[in-house]
Structures are given as C-alpha cells and as structure tokens.
Design a binder for this molecule. Structure first.
Ligand SMILES: C[S@@+](CC[C@H](N)C(=O)[O-])C[C@H]1O[C@@H](n2cnc3c(N)ncnc32)[C@H](O)[C@@H]1O
Length: 489
C-alpha cells in the first residue's frame, strides 16, 4: 500500500512522494497498455521498473535522453525496446485499458466510441472537490478565503458547476491540515457525491435513514441540508467506517445524527423502524467502477463474479430499505458504478417487484433546488460529461391508499429506547461525538418547520436516546447535550 510505503519511508521529501504516488497511479491507470509495450504479462507484471519506465516514455512523453543518466545498462536496453514498440492497431480494450469483460459490457451499454471516451476519461486525475458545510460557513466566504490566501497567485479556485455547495480546487493539495477543514467548514467530497445528497431532498425535521452510510460522506451532507434538524440514522455493517464517520461528525457541528452498526440488512433491530422514514438512502456497496480516476486498481481487481455477487446484495439491501420508507416517503438507490447491471437493472427489477413504489424524475427533484442537470429519470453522472466520478441514482416514491403519513405506532425513538433492553443495543462500543446542542434553538426550529408533530421531537429525543442507551435503563432525561453513538449489533 502506498500509505504504508510512505509511513516506512519518512525521509522522502514532498516532491519524491508526489512522484512515487503519481507513477503508481499512472501505471495502474494504464497497466494493460504498458504491459503491451513492455511485453509484460499484465496479470503477472515481472518488473515494476519496466512499467514505470514505459509510463514515463510512452504516457508522460519523456525522452530516453532525459532519463538516461538515471538508468543502468539493462534499463537503457528496456527503454529502447519500449520506445520502439509499435502501438498501431492495438485492440480497443487495450486502448481503453480495461479487461475484456468490462470492455464488452461498456460497449454493449454505450457503443464503442463512447465506451472508449468513458474509459479514457478514467485515465485522468480527478479534481479535488470540496463541500462547504453550511452549518459553519458559506460557499462565498470559503471561496474568498481560498482566493485570498493563494500565495502562488493562482485564482482559479472555482465554484462547482452543479452542486450549489461545491468548490473545485485548481490542483490537488493536502487539505487535511487546512484551518477551514479542521474547523469543519469544508469536507472533501466529489461533486457527484454532493449531488446525490441533494437528490435525497431531505427537508427540515424529516426522519432520514442512510442505510449504507460508510464513513458518512453523504450523511453529513444531508444533515447539513436539513439544517441540523430532524434526525438521520446512519446504518452500516462496518464498525470501522462508522467510527470514521464519528471523527468527521465532530468537526461538522451536526447533532441530528444517530450512527448504528447493523449485522446485515436483516438485522432484527431495523424491524421497529419500518415505515418510519421520510427519506431512505441506499448508497449501495458496488464495484466502484465509476471511481476509477481515484481507484484505478479496481478495474484489475473486480470480476464479473464480484459484480454478480454485488447484485444480490444490492437487491436485498434495497428491498429491506424499502420497508423503512413511509407512505409518501422516498427511497433513493445510488451507486458509483458505470454498469447497468448494478444500476438500471437493479432499479427496474425493484420497480417490477415493488408495485407500491413509483419512479420519480431525478432532474425535476434537482431543478426544485435550482440545480439544472437533466440526465433523464435517473441521475447518471459521467467523468467526461460532468467532470465528476461516475454515479447512478434512482428515486422511488412509496405510494399508498393515501399519501398522508402512515399511522404511527408511536415515536420511533421510543421504539429504539424500548429496544435498548435488547443485548445488542446495550453494547455501546463508543461514544463518537458529544456536541453541545443549541437545544432550544434546534427544538424550536424543528417544531416550527416540522409538519408531523411526532418527528418534531427528534432533536430532544436524540439526547434522550443516547442517554438511555448509555445508561441502559434511565427513565427520563433532560440531558442538554446531544450524543451520537456507534452502537454495535
Ligand atoms: C458505497 S459505500 C457507502 C459510502 C457512503 N455512503 C459515503 O457517502 O461515504 C457502501 C457501504 O455499504 C456498506 N454495506 C455493505 N453491506 C451492507 C449491508 N448489508 N447493510 C448496510 N450497509 C452495508 C459498506 O460497509 C459500505 O460502507
């Protein structure tokens, strides 16, 4: 791993590190092409130096003369062979730099010309996009600060074209130590991912479930769009990822979040939450083939069998998440995959097996938020068209005899409290964030905006939930802080 290599080689300077990272990513992006010009076996590349040499000579356009002083005799010989190798008439899959199975799928979906354009767009480096956390600042304020401090005179820090909260940096930089980051005013997030949060269209005071929350990229964006009111349940099977969400949560200033580890989508504790959510996001586990600019290794690691296995998971998670959605509520299915097997096919299959759901038009939902981006019923983002990672999303609405909220069996939070007598809910593993809640203000805002009185109690219940879970059986609490916990299933 690159990070491990850097940890073990701390004496490397910034430029050397940048060169190592760039060449590793560069070789992974073009591995099939480079294996062809070095006559390496791409499945068993015999010499990494040969591949880097090929990358420098055939992709970066360096000359043998520039490199010669650094090469030994054998490497000079390689360099001449690499330079002389003809690349006329290379098969398209080699030009695209993907495996045959993936190439065939892309061609079947997009046709040869667009498939090649898409695959080639994945050879480029992704931009560094930031999301402004509107709980702590505004986009104009953050933009002005970046422009003002730009010592090299570069002023091309720009607003992202689609996401109203995005900022695109002119070049990659380590943002982790920047004060705007440590203060929680910005998060690193691809513009496409920001748009998915907008597509969820969660409003103040709503109950939202982020079923595959991971490290919470979208959870935090949704929480901010809800102005820190209502409640978001962040579920995931990965304790580690939810722990990372906790770290980010501390910076964000959000207190409307409840993170819970689940054993799987069939975890029994989800049962009590059926029909309770206004919005359910399933940011499903997927092949990640839309993120090849950032994760070029995935195109060599993923197999058709992996995709088939993921399809089963995606179908099952979506079906389970559908049960959490209340009548009149929305279920959003999203992936960062380019494959229709993981996207349209899952959405179509879902609609065919769930007649109580209908598809909503994604472009209209975005237009309601002044985001002009029309990719049809589904949101489909592609690097060469939108300069984002590849994303797919479908929005479904749960229909019923009436679109009024389903009769509630009681406050869902109370249900969770009752459930705290279950052993799994009592095993609190970590308190990931303790935030001072502007309790009064939050409650007031929620009550004012919240159309459904039961949900309006949510901010107070947050603290109650946490207190109850940590003390297992405390009866009532007037805790003035909201705590978000990762609860182990
Ligand atoms: C695409 S990632 C989510 C990324 C995250 N939403 C974000 O914006 O940063 C998919 C997540 O699904 C989780 N996952 C896998 N199987 C799951 C299941 N059965 N139920 C819930 N989450 C699951 C994985 O642990 C992973 O974190």
């Amino acid at each position: 791993k690159l990070s491990e290599f850097f940890r073990n080689n701390r004496d490397l300077g910034t430029k050397e590190r940048a060169f190592v990272a760039e060449s590793v990513y560069g070789v992974l992006r073009r591995l099939r092409f480079l294996s062809t010009v070095t006559a390496n076996d791409e499945n068993d590349p015999d010499d990494a130096r040969k591949l880097i040499l090929a990358w420098l000579l055939r992709v970066q356009g360096m000359s043998i003369r520039e490199l010669e002083p650094m090469l030994n005799e054998q490497q000079k010989e390689w360099a001449h062979l690499i330079k002389a190798k003809s690349t006329d008439n290379l098969p398209l899959a080699v030009q695209a730099d993907v495996r045959d199975w993936l190439w065939d799928k892309l061609v079947a979906q997009y046709g040869e010309a667009e498939a090649l354009t898409i695959a080639r767009s994945m050879h480029e480096q992704a931009t560094l996009d930031l999301r402004v956390n509107t709980i702590k600042g505004t986009r104009d304020e953050v933009l002005a600060k970046f422009i003002a401090e730009n010592t090299s005179g570069e002023t091309n820090v720009t607003k992202t074209p689609y996401s109203p909260l995005g900022i695109r940096m002119p070049n990659r930089m380590n943002i982790g130590r920047h004060v705007l980051f440590t203060e929680g005013k910005i998060e690193v997030q691809d513009e496409g991912s920001q748009l998915l949060a907008h597509l969820v269209a969660a409003k103040r005071g709503m109950m939202v479930a982020d079923f595959c929350a991971g490290a919470g990229g979208k959870t935090l964006a949704i929480g901010a769009l809800m102005r820190n009111t209502g409640r978001i349940y962040a579920f995931d099977v990965s304790e580690k990822r939810l722990h990372n969400l906790g770290q980010r949560l501390k910076r964000s200033g959000l207190s409307n979040l409840n993170a819970q580890v689940i054993s799987s989508e069939t975890d029994p504790k989800l049962k009590r939450l059926n029909g309770k959510f206004d919005r359910v996001l399933v940011d499903a586990p997927c092949s990640g083939l839309g993120t090849l600019r950032r994760n070029p290794d995935l195109k060599w690691r993923q197999t058709p069998e992996d995709v088939a296995e993921l399809n089963v998971k995606q179908t099952n998670i979506l079906a389970r998440a559908a049960k959490l959605t209340k009548v009149g509520g929305r279920l959003v299915y999203a992936t960062c995959s380019l494959l229709s097997d993981e996207n349209e096919k899952i959405a179509e299959q879902f609609l065919a097996t769930h007649p109580d759901f209908k598809l909503l038009n994604a472009a209209e939902i975005l237009a309601q938020q002044q985001i002009e981006l029309d990719t049809g019923d589904y949101l489909k983002l592609l690097p060469h068209l939108h300069n984002t990672d590849g994303f797919f999303a479908a929005v479904f609405e749960k229909m019923g005899a009436t679109t009024a909220p389903a009769p509630s069996e009681g406050n869902p939070v109370e249900a969770m409290l009752e459930a705290s007598s279950e052993p799994e809910l009592n095993s609190v593993i970590e308190e990931v964030a303790v935030e001072e809640v502007p309790a009064k203000a939050t409650k007031k805002a929620a009550v004012k905006k919240e159309p459904k009185p039961k949900v309006a109690k949510a901010p107070k219940d947050d603290s109650a939930t946490s207190a109850k879970v940590s003390k297992a059986k405390a009866s009532t609490t007037k805790a003035s802080t909201a705590k978000t916990k990762v609860v182990k299933a």
